[in-house]
Design a protein around this ligand. Structure first.
Ligand code: FAD
Ligand code: DHB
Length: 399
């Protein structure tokens, strides 16, 4: 027999979306349970995003999650775009009304949110198995799982939030889903290295042998990415080969990538994916469970958080005031921002990567576009506005 219990919101997934939702709901006085199939250690170590829009930073500060972010985050007022061996700076502050972005790793945000939930006495069921959701068209959907010690649980909820990422179990529960997708013929090899970054801001480099991105995690740690083949085995990339390729793709006279010990290496596929609608009955999808963007625009985590802000507001209205109007508008409200970010991410990706067998016409178009965004103020302004976060998030403060 399963242990039965009751909560208001059952949340599947302790990634950024699920953890932030639990945090915002708690601020509204709404109880939730988070069920995650990985261990706490795994969730806290999973290397992914690093770049936060200013709106995301302000959101985290506004809900009491800004302490370490403010101490350790690195504010950047622009990026470099490199092509044809030349590096060009885009100054976001002067191109926009003073906007900026912050480098603060997703691993750290996840650690901060887990610590905040546990300090508040909340339950996060890590290392759960047999996670399932049922009865989503009734007003008592059920979240069931086996906890880390093997005990079966059934939690009766008002609402279920599917925050379980691209490979989760929630999206397949939405019938008649329309899916829009694009696979790209390349992947990113990402590394983390104990090396002081030799750049003050991120460098996006288009090289004829492929794209490279220079990011960072701290004044001592660099985060770098290389465009590789989609099914590239990590084993084909010993450290020496990685550094040689990075030096080549970022080469400019009198400058080099600073090298150090590589502490993490992984390959990520690139895809665009949007599933519509993001709600079915009492099941709401948020973040990567509903949409994926290729990482070139640095939008995935920021989008996941904007979904969650809208969802937390909608659930507050539904569960505390009995008004389901915002819940009804949830999918459309999110998709407006999702499609803008999907376009921007596709555009950045297409401009900077070199497809296998790419013809010279395509290459000339990419270079023409790069020359345009680095010489026309209007074009640079559009890139800056999208990169920093089109339509900045506005937090509906908990009452
Ligand atoms: P996830 O992080 O995928 O979390 C889902 C959670 O659900 C996971 O913990 C998973 O273990 C759990 N789960 C899955 N299935 C189940 C199940 N059956 N039961 C219970 N739990 C389950 N975004 C940015 O904004 N800026 C960036 O700079 C950026 N850079 C990136 C770089 C790389 C290399 C990659 C890969 C991504 C990057 N992103 C970036 C995207 C960002 O990392 C994701 O969009 C973000 O993780 C989405 O959060 P999420 O909570 O929706 O999903
Ligand atoms: C990072 C990742 C991105 O995809 C990006 O566009 C910028 C920065 C990062 O991991 O720091």
């Amino acid at each position: 027999m399963a242990v039965t219990s009751r909560t208001r919101v059952g949340i599947v997934g302790a990634g950024p979306a699920g953890l932030l939702l639990a945090h915002l709901l708690a601020l509204h006085g709404i109880e939730s349970v988070v069920v995650e199939n990985r261990s706490r250690e795994y969730c806290e170590a999973r290397q992914r995003a690093g770049l936060l829009e200013a709106g995301t930073v302000e959101l985290l500060r506004g809900v009491g999650l800004g302490k370490r972010l403010d101490a350790e985050g690195m504010e950047h007022g622009g990026i470099y775009l490199q092509f044809d061996g030349q590096r060009h700076h885009l100054d976001f502050r002067s191109l926009t009304d003073g906007r900026w972005v912050t480098i603060y790793a997703q691993t750290e945000i996840v650690k901060d949110m887990i610590a905040a939930r546990l300090a508040a006495g909340a339950v996060i069921e890590f290392s759960a198995s047999d996670v399932a959701v049922s009865d989503v068209t009734s007003d008592r959907p059920v979240l069931s799982y086996r906890d880390a010690s093997g005990v079966a649980h059934e939690v009766s909820c008002d609402v279920i939030a599917g925050c379980d990422g691209f490979h989760g179990i929630c999206r397949p529960l939405v019938p008649n889903l329309s899916v829009y997708e694009r696979a790209y013929p390349y992947a990113w090899l990402g590394i983390l290295a104990d090396a002081a970054p030799s750049t003050d801001e991120l460098i996006y480099s288009r090289h004829r042998d492929g794209f490279a991105l220079y990011s960072m995690r701290s004044p001592e740690v660099s985060r770098l990415y290389l465009q590789v083949a989609p099914d590239e085995p990590v084993a084909d990339w010993p450290d020496d080969r990685i550094w040689a390729e990075l030096q080549k793709r970022f080469a400019v006279d009198g400058w080099s990538v600073s090298e150090g010990t590589i502490t993490d290496k992984s390959v990520t596929a690139m895809r665009s994916f949007v599933a519509v609608p993001m709600r079915h009955g009492r099941l709401f999808l948020a973040g990567d469970a509903a949409h994926i963007v290729p990482p070139t625009g640095a939008k995935g985590l920021n989008l996941a958080f904007s979904d969650v802000i809208v969802l937390a507001g909608a659930l507050r209205a539904a569960l505390l005031d009995g008004s389901w109007e915002l819940a009804g508008a949830y999918s459309d409200m999110c998709l407006d921002r999702v499609w803008r970010a999907t376009h921007f991410s596709w555009w950045m990706t297409s401009m900077l990567h070199v497809a296998p067998g790419q013809d010279p016409f395509e290459s000339q178009l990419q270079l023409a576009q790069l020359r345009y965004v680095t010489s026309s103020r209007a074009a640079a302004k559009s890139l800056a506005e999208n990169y920093c976060g089109y339509k900045p998030l506005s937090l509906q403060a908990p009452a």
